[in-house]
Ligand binder design. Sequence first.
Ligand code: ADP
Ligand code: MG
Length: 275
Amino acid sequence: MTAVTTSLPTAPASSGAASPATLEAEGISAWFADHKVLDRVSLTMPALEVTALIGPSGCGKSTFLRILNRMHELIPSASLAGRVLLDGDDIYDRGRRITRARREIGMVFQKPNPFPAMSLYDNVLAGLKLNGIRANSSGKDSLVEECLTKAGLWREVKDRLRQPGGALSGGQQQRLCIARSLAVRPRVLLMDEPCSALDPTSTRRIEETIADLKEEVTIVIVTHNMQQAARVSDNCAFFLAEQGTPGVIVEHGSTDAMFNSPQDSRTSDYVNGRF
Ligand code: ADP
Ligand code: MG
């Protein structure tokens, strides 16, 4: 049978990395029904750097992350104002497809969510399917190997790629999810507390993976772990929602400056564990 012709994109050749991009949020406000949860948040997340979003629970970090890849609009009560620019292109432009934002800006969640009954091999390729990309059959094996390698999992699983995703440990499942995200060659990878369900050893492995991935993808990570923010990030933004007001960024800058010479006393209190 000849190859089916279709307008679906095919998986990129296994050696090519996507071009990492700078992500800019401009004046983002967000609501759930009439409850405003973010107020005019602006932040530049530079290409090939790791930006950490820190701040107490409920100040809108996850909402902000979902706005960055157009997942927010899947929530029926949700609305927003502002712009998100990917290397200068507004991802919310009319005519720009939502699936394109999802493909270019991947997401890894707090709780590892591989397809538990699906093989490790198919889990990685599922990232393509979910994004409507046809896997190039000749390149599948090398793509799976490449993504698992980048996620730091290849050596552990290369002899059992047909085992189900659910058979892995929690930390391995999270790295499988990272591999699945990488298969579509995102330009930005968003990570929402990717280690908070994991033990310290698994956490360390994910941090090593982040350090390696930084060479080829822009990373935005939400973390409650200040040591982790200090270890993995180049830049930091401190979110806060005071007394029922919507979340804002109190301060942002280089991680070094945020931890060693914060300008705002609330940043200083937060990074030093005083609230
Ligand atoms: P964080 O990630 O910083 O803990 P979130 O973005 O999860 O904060 O939440 C910010 C605010 O938005 C909270 O007040 C939360 O209750 C509210 N919120 C989050 N998700 C929803 C939702 N799906 N529906 C209604 N309110 C929500
Ligand atoms: Mg959250």
